[in-house]
Design a binder for this molecule. Structure first.
Ligand code: G3I
Length: 319
């Protein structure tokens, strides 16, 4: 059967990739599959480029974990999606527990973004500069950044990222953009506003953490087209399809169909550049810890054996 990154490229896409994480890199069976660039042409570090890992104390930067994944990608000829620069979660306490003024927090964001993006300049295809800025009802999420700076923190971070690496694509990444409604409407408005103000924005990441059977091809395609019509690219950045356990054979067939559908929508939209799964094996999936009773969300099972979902991805790229 055909390897997934080969299938993506044959279909005219830039990459098929996966998230990975540093502790997983000691598992040699796992790494053997990960390193196969015919299978994965792109990596996203699941945790080690986040703020708490990179700048655990103010002005103290630690690139050890991020470098490990960047080096692996470089050695195996893979694209990197940098994940992420400004997010409400996985922030060190020095960021969340200080009372900032607009001026001091602006400087904190600029220093963080400039230092991290400069460190990886030339090595990153795209940065998730802003991660998950919206609530599901389309209002901005209230966090330390929004509370202090309103939505201007988004402009501040994007502008700093562009200056630090003019060649990296700058993305905003978000979940629940897979369905029509208030959240995608808010994202379309934000991109419109950023474009109008001349703020750099190149892409929107559609995370795509699905529940089995909940994929709507028409809603996903409508949303991708609404975004690309504004002059940005889109990507599927964190795809998985979780199953209410135990997974039956029928569930695995439905999952195959769901993966095929999502990849097929990316195929139908020329501005969709690639697809990333949120790790490739159920062994390392984030799902069971976060959604008790759910799992089996990835295209490879816990023993690193491909599931029907693998063939669904291939069929999607061949559509
Ligand atoms: O680093 C500590 C370790 O020291 C400690 O012993 C251990 C015990 O729980 O926790 C470790 O931190 C964990 C961290 O991953 C690193 O492994 C956190 O508990 C755990 O909550 C954290 O989960 C990550 C999650 O983001 C946090 O929000 C997942 O691995 C990661 O896959 C997930 O990724 C996010 C994307 O960034 C954004 N979109 C949603 C996606 C899934 O939540």
């Amino acid at each position: 059967t055909v390897a997934l990154n080969v299938a993506a490229k044959a279909a005219g896409k830039l990459y098929f990739g996966t998230a990975t994480d540093n502790p997983e890199l000691t598992n040699t069976a796992y790494v053997t599959i990960l390193n196969n660039t015919a299978m994965f042409g792109q990596l996203t570090p699941g945790n080690s480029m986040k703020w708490d890992a990179i700048e655990p104390e103010q002005n103290v930067f630690d690139f050890t974990g991020g470098d490990q994944i960047a080096d692996l990608a470089e050695q195996t000829g893979k694209i990197i999606r940098g994940h992420n620069l400004v997010w409400y979660s996985q922030l060190p306490s020095w960021v969340t527990d200080t009372t900032w003024t607009a001026e001091t927090l602006t400087s904190v964001i600029q220093t963080h973004v400039t230092t991290e993006v400069s460190h990886y300049a030339g090595k990153i295809y795209a940065w998730d500069v802003i991660n998950e800025p919206f609530n599901d009802d389309g209002t901005f999420r209230t966090d330390v950044f929004y509370d202090t700076l309103n939505s201007t923190y988004i402009n501040i971070a994007l502008t700093a990222a562009r200056a630090a690496d003019p060649d990296a694509k700058l993305y905003i990444n978000e979940y629940n953009l897979e369905y029509t409604g208030a959240k995608i409407d808010a994202m379309v408005q934000l991109v419109t506003d950023l474009k109008a103000s001349g703020t750099p924005i190149d892409g929107i990441g559609i995370e795509s953490h699905y529940i089995l059977g909940d994929v709507s091809a028409s809603e996903l395609q409508t949303n991708m087209e609404a975004l690309t019509a504004l002059g940005v690219e889109v990507a599927i950045t964190e795809l998985d399809v979780r199953i209410d356990l135990p997974a039956t054979d029928a569930d695995l067939e439905q999952q195959k169909s769901d993966y095929e559908t999502v990849v097929g929508v990316c195929m139908a939209v020329s501005g969709c550049v690639g697809v990333t799964i949120w790790d490739y094996t159920d062994y390392y999936s984030w799902i069971p810890a976060t959604f008790p009773g759910y799992g089996a969300a990835c295209p490879w099972d816990e023993n690193l054996v491909p599931k029907p979902a693998y063939d669904g991805i291939v069929l999607g790229f061949q559509s």
